[in-house]
Design a binder for this molecule. Structure first.
Ligand SMILES: Cc1cc2nc3c(=O)[nH]c(=O)nc-3n(C[C@H](O)[C@H](O)[C@H](O)COP(=O)(O)OP(=O)(O)OC[C@H]3O[C@@H](n4cnc5c(N)ncnc54)[C@H](O)[C@@H]3O)c2cc1C
Length: 407
């Protein structure tokens, strides 16, 4: 049995495989928790509170349950889990090909080849930044960065920054860059607005307690859409402050619409910010309604504060529809336009035209092939640290039944 990737998903899979005495190895191209070591910016803290950091048999037990871990602390947490569960990890082992062979798979790596009956793909959902095609039309005088290249504001050239994308990464980087004293313009498309705290509790407490995060993939109305939903506008800071577009506007961040095209060195933005904002406001209000209904129905009203509603997102009086990228106003563009997995090594025909893995709750459309750590894989929380345990348990249950079958 081969597990690809020693992040939280692969290690959780390994934990349950060991529990069922299934002989296996975890292949990792870098080190344990590699993405947290190499692919995150310096100031990043989890947007999930510490008490929510949990893996099978391991919980946060430090002095600050309501705080938010740095990437160094997440790395330590995952390393501790790997050690506790004695995961058989082979680090520095890059999987270069997986193909069907007989009734199993042939796995080629930078350190030799392995034949096995089953493979768990836990190689991550965020292996590469997803950037739109028009990056090539941006004038060479403007530096372009992705969240994989970005480390801290001091490394950017002096001058204005255009941050593209207003999900968790975009709003966090826009705030950090603005606080460093730079003029920041933020391109806003569809986004998920959330308050950091609601009725006196962290909003993710509500997601957890109300069961919203546990909604199963086979109960979600529009699964394709749910799987493409951007990350919420949240940041983990000591002040536990809300980081929505109103907060950014108060810091002096200028909002423009979704980036539509580049023409003659000008970035063209969509209009209609009002609609984009009101949709996000509406969805947030609906979610808060769900929380309120849950609290009422479960007799929890007394232990939390009174229901709250938040001011609508302020629409700028006149959002710019274009920006001349040759004028020198913008020196850097940060593409915070999402991430995607990388399956170039997967030589099994299970990837669709959009690069997505064809799977049903982590059971991939090829016998003995499984996946973990993808958006809404089995639950809404699947890609979060606190989502690895339940998904891995169920996927490994399926896998062990498969291995016990006729081979
Ligand atoms: C910017 C950002 C912020 C996030 N913040 C939070 C947060 O606040 N709270 C939260 O709960 N979640 C957060 N997440 C989501 C999630 O927890 C992380 O994406 C997490 O890293 C996912 O774990 P994973 O094990 O599924 O994948 P990864 O951590 O990406 O692990 C996959 C592993 O597979 C290895 N690998 C990949 N390809 C190969 C190959 N071909 N051969 C060998 N090894 C390979 C990689 O090196 C990596 O170590 C965040 C994600 C991102 C991108």
């Amino acid at each position: 049995m081969v597990v690809i990737g020693a992040g939280q998903s692969g290690l959780a899979a390994s934990h349950f495989l060991s529990g069922r005495s299934v002989d296996h190895v975890v292949l990792e191209r870098g080190e344990v928790a590699n993405s947290w070591r190499r692919e995150r910016w310096d100031s990043l803290r989890l947007l999930t509170p510490n008490w929510q950091s949990r893996l099978p048999g391991l919980r946060y037990e430090g002095p600050d349950p309501d705080g938010y871990m740095t990437t160094g602390e997440v790395t330590e947490f995952i390393e501790r889990f790997a050690a506790l569960s004695r995961a058989p990890v082979r680090t520095g082992t890059d999987v270069t090909s997986v193909r069907r062979a007989g009734d199993g798979y042939h796995v080629a790596t930078s350190r030799g080849e392995i034949a096995c009956r089953a493979v768990v793909i836990a190689s991550g959902a965020c292996n590469q930044p997803a950037v739109p095609p028009f990056t090539e039309a941006v004038p060479a005088s403007v530096e372009q960065l992705t969240p994989f290249d970005y480390r801290d504001p001091a490394k950017l050239p002096e001058g204005g920054v255009l941050v593209v994308g207003a999900s968790a990464t975009g709003v966090q980087l826009a705030a950090e860059l603005r606080q460093s004293g730079r003029p920041v313009t933020l391109c806003v498309g569809e986004h998920v607005r959330l308050p950091r705290r609601y009725r006196g509790r962290d909003v993710l407490w509500w997601m957890d307690a109300s069961g919203v995060w546990d909604q199963r993939y086979d109960e979600v109305d529009d699964l394709t859409r749910a799987r493409r939903l951007p990350s919420p506008q949240l940041a983990g800071t000591a002040e536990r402050a809300t980081l929505d577009l109103n907060a950014l506007a108060s810091m002096g961040v200028e909002m423009v619409g979704r980036w539509a095209a580049v023409r003659d060195g000008r970035a063209l933005f969509s209009g209609g910010l009002r609609n984009v904002f009101s949709l996000a406001d509406l969805k947030m209000a609906r979610l808060l309604d769900t929380f309120d209904e849950w609290a009422r129905a479960h007799g929890r009203d007394a232990e939390v504060g009174p229901p709250e509603r938040f001011a609508p997102t302020r629409v700028p009086s006149s959002a710019r529809l274009q920006l001349d990228l040759r004028s020198g106003e913008i020196r850097t563009i940060v593409w915070a336009t999402g991430f995607r997995p990388d399956y170039r090594w997967l030589d099994v025909p299970v990837i669709d035209a959009k690069g997505r893995l064809d799977h049903d709750g982590g059971v991939v459309a090829s016998p003995g092939l499984y996946a973990l750590g993808l958006p809404v894989l089995r639950r809404r929380r699947s890609t979060f640290l606190c989502g690895a345990e339940d998904d891995a348990r169920e996927v490994i249950e399926h896998l062990t039944r498969y291995l016990a079958g006729p081979g």
